[in-house]
Design a protein around this ligand. Sequence first.
Ligand SMILES: *[C@@H]1O[C@H](CO)[C@@H](O)[C@H](O)[C@H]1NC(C)=O
Ligand SMILES: *[C@@H]1O[C@H](CO)[C@@H](O)[C@H](O)[C@H]1NC(C)=O
Length: 389
Amino acid sequence: MYTTLVSYTILAVTVSSGTLNLDQGYRNTTEFAAEHGITAKEYKVVTKDGYILGIFNLPGTRGLPILLMHGLTDSSDTWLIRGNISLGITLANLGYDVWLGNLRGNKYSREHTRLDPERDAAVYWDFSFHENGYYDLPATIDLVLEKTGASQINAIGHSQGTTIFFVLASLRPEYNEKVNLLVAMAPVAFLQYVTPPLSTIIKVSPELINFGKRLKQYEIFGESITGKAYREVCLKPTIGYLLCAYGYIFPVAGYDVKEYGYKFHYMLTRQFPMSTSLKNLEHFAQVSRRRSFSAFDYGRIGNLKVYGTPSPLNYDLKKTTMPVAILCGESDKLATFKDVLLLKDALPNIVQFSVVDHNHMNHVDFTWGKTMDKYLYPYIFGILDRFGN
Ligand SMILES: *[C@@H]1O[C@H](CO)[C@@H](O)[C@H](O)[C@H]1NC(C)=O
Ligand SMILES: *[C@@H]1O[C@H](CO)[C@@H](O)[C@H](O)[C@H]1NC(C)=O
C-alpha cells in the first residue's frame, strides 16, 4: 500500500511538459492483423441510441462465428497485441471466423449519429456497462449474425467483456438464444472482495468522482487529459515502467511480472488505456460498495424516477441461461476468486469452471500474458471443442 502511494505521488509529480509524440508507434487493429497476413474487415453498426461501433472480422470458415469482447478501457487491439500468440491471431490461423467488438467511446467506436464526444461530452459520456450490455452488445451480436447468416455465436469475454453479457441476459433474455457458449475469462459481476489498493480507491471514489465531475472530465483515459497524462508518464524510459507497472498495472491486476515485461509495457502503453466514462467507473465502484450486481444508483429520488423504486434494479443472474464456461486466475486481484465464486453460485448454466493452472495468473494474463498460449489456450480450445458447436 505504502509503495503504491509513493508511486502515485511520484507519478503525479512526474506529469510534466510534453516531449513525447504520443501517437508514434500506435498501430490499429487492421494494421496488427496485416502484420500476420490477415485482412481484417471493418464494419460499423449503429446502436438503438445512436452510437456507431467499429467491429472487426478476421474471416474464417470453421464452426460458429466467435465474438471476442474486450474489457474496461480496452479495445479490439487487445486480442492482437501479443503478436502471433495473441488469441485473435491464433483463432484466425486455426480457421475460425473471428469477430472483434468495440464498446462505445473507445477509439473505434467514438462516433454517434447526433452527439460529439467532445462538444456534447456530458450527454455522450452518460453511460456505463449498463448501456454497453443493453445497447452495444446486442447490436454487435445482431451484426455478426446478419453478416454470417449464422443463428448463434460463440463468445469469449474478458473482465467487463463478461459483465455486459450478464447485463444483456438479465434485461433482454431473448439474447440467450443467440449465444451458444460464453467463455467468461476473469469474469466480473461482484467486486466485494477486492483488496487494497483497489478497495481503498473504491472507498474514496465518491470524492474522486465528484472532483472529476466538477472539472467536467466525463471521459476518462483515451484521448482525454487523464489519458494523455497517463501516457506521458508511463512512456518515459525506465521510470515509466516502474511507476506504471508497479504503481498501477500489478497492484490492480495482480503480480505476474514475467508475463508482462518491460518491452511489452511500452508497446501496450501506445494502445492502452482507451477511453471509458467517469460514470462507468462510478457504476463499478457502486457495485463494489453496495455489494450487489445492480444498475446505476442515482440516489433515492433519481432511482424512483428511473426505476420506479427507491433502489436500483438488480441484474438477475439467473436469467443468464446461455452456457457459460468460467476461467479464472489465482492471483487475479480484480476478479478475485471469492467474487468469481459468488458469480458461479448465481449462474444457472455453468458448463465448466476452471482455475487456470499457472502460478501468479493475474487479471491481464488472459489477454497479455507472454506465454498464455502454453497455460491458457489449452483450456479455451478444450472448451470450444466440447461446447462450441
Ligand atoms: C488503421 O490505420 C491505417 C493506416 O494509418 C488507416 O489507413 C486505417 O484507416 C486505420 N483503420 C482503422 C479502422 O482505424
Ligand atoms: C511466432 O513467431 C515466432 C518468431 O517469428 C516463431 O518462432 C514462433 O514459432 C511463432 N509462433 C506461432 C505460434 O506461430
